[in-house]
Design a protein around this ligand. Structure first.
Ligand code: ZN
Ligand code: ZN
Length: 408
């Protein structure tokens, strides 16, 4: 685990750049029990910054696995009211929220996929109001990560010190190796902002993705779409960064204007199970067929969750020279892997990715092509030979990505 100055820098980054904790504000942290020292350090720094109260929700995969193996599905899928209420209360009470994503990618490998997805679908449905609020920036939130034992072993299976190796890799992605990490983050955010600005000026109608894997996909963009990057504005007007690290600029696809085939570029870990080498075929915005070499049932359950999981909710661009991509490490963790590769997301769009989207109703958003669902599952499509062409409303084509990298 981080210690000394590195740990202090890390907690400051998460709380100042990430959730941008304000004096007198409450903070909730979701943290794996295995990394309790991180929750302690975050709590300490939060109080130094003037937090009103810090609450921690402990995640424990061992207990979760025992529950999945032993409890009946009808019991598992009864999501307790207190859980739903406690989440919705965070928004009401103006808390900010830090989630530490450090799951063992195969934690629930032995649990029947059907049982697992029944639970996660029930949970997503019960927490829909909260996740809608999160996705429209009704709360300032940030997802970050630190190594855990089982996860590290899978990222560095041959290493004698996998946790240390993963820690070093994460430190780099968090720019902790810079003399002034805070300044390094500010510069990085400005660069991403410029790319988003360019894409907003271009106002493309479509993006066309192509590579040698067989991806040939035209993704229409929502009407009045906005490209966003690291820095976002919450409903209270205060800026925050929702993912650390982040390398992407992203927007909302048009849910009725997606056609062609897309091949996954990296494995996807979803709720403790892995999906790999998969293909989705789209027609008029809907998935009409799909295949997967590994984890077909996991993918099937995601796609069949609700009407919205038949379409896409996000398109994001990341160059192959991003530091995470250049590290060549497959993290088996979407927080990192999605920042190494252009990606799409099955399911809900961020309402903030269209102009004034946080003030529009679901029906109004739908008319602009913005997708709604209880799910939002990112998957990676960027390969070193990926090309992306922007197509304007007048049919003019502009190549924006060549051989997996920005050319603008
Ligand atoms: Zn994304
Ligand atoms: Zn996403």
């Amino acid at each position: 685990m981080f210690s000394g100055k590195e740990l202090k820098d890390y907690t400051k980054l998460v709380l100042s750049i990430g959730v941008n904790l304000q004096k007198g504000q409450g903070l909730e942290i979701a943290c794996p029990v295995e990394r309790r020292e991180l929750a302690h350090a975050l709590t300490q720094t939060a109080y130094e910054m003037g937090a009103k109260i810090v609450r921690v929700r402990w995640d424990d995969e061992v207990i979760d696995k025992l529950n999945f193996e032993n409890a009946q599905t009808d019991v598992l899928t009864k999501i307790p009211k207190w859980l739903v209420e406690s989440k919705e209360e965070l928004v009401k009470e103006g808390f900010c929220y830090v989630a530490i994503a450090a799951d063992n990618p195969q934690a629930f490998k032995s649990v029947p996929t059907k049982k697992l997805s029944s639970y996660y679908q029930a949970k997503s449905k019960a927490l829909k109001k909260f996740s809608d609020q999160v996705m429209s920036n009704g709360i300032r939130w940030c997802v970050v990560s630190v190594p855990t034992k089982e996860w590290a072993k899978q990222v560095f299976p041959k290493s004698r010190a996998p946790e240390k190796d993963l820690l070093n890799a994460i430190a780099k992605t968090m720019r902790l190796d810079h003399a002034d990490p805070l300044l390094a983050w500010k510069e990085h955010i400005n660069l991403l902002d410029k790319r988003a600005e360019y894409l907003n000026q271009m106002n493309f109608e479509y993006l066309h993705f192509k590579n040698s894997k067989g991806t040939d996909l035209k993704v229409g963009l929502a009407i009045d779409h906005l490209w966003l990057s690291a820095k976002e504005k919450a409903k209270d007007g205060i800026e925050f960064v929702a993912n650390m690290p982040t390398e992407e600029v992203f927007t909302a696809p048009h849910r009725l204007k997606i056609d062609g085939v897309v091949h996954s570029a990296l494995p996807l870990c979803e709720n403790g199970q892995i999906i790999d080498n998969f293909t989705l075929q789209f027609k008029k915005g809907k998935i009409v067929s799909f295949s997967a070499e590994k984890g077909y049932d996991v993918l099937k359950n995601i796609i069949e969750t609700d009407k919205g999981t038949l379409s896409l909710g996000e398109v994001a661009l990341i160059g192959k020279n991003s530091p995470i991509s250049k590290s060549g490490i497959l993290f088996y963790n979407t927080l990192f892997d999605e920042n190494a590769s252009c990606h799409l997301a099955i399911g809900k769009s961020y309402p903030t990715t269209v102009k004034n989207g946080d003030k529009l109703s679901t029906a109004e958003l739908k008319r602009k092509g913005v997708n709604d669902s209880v799910e939002h599952v990112d998957f990676m499509i960027g390969t070193p030979d990926l090309s992306v062409t922007g197509i304007s409303y007048d049919g003019k084509e502009t190549v924006i990505f060549k051989d997996g990298e920005w050319i603008i």
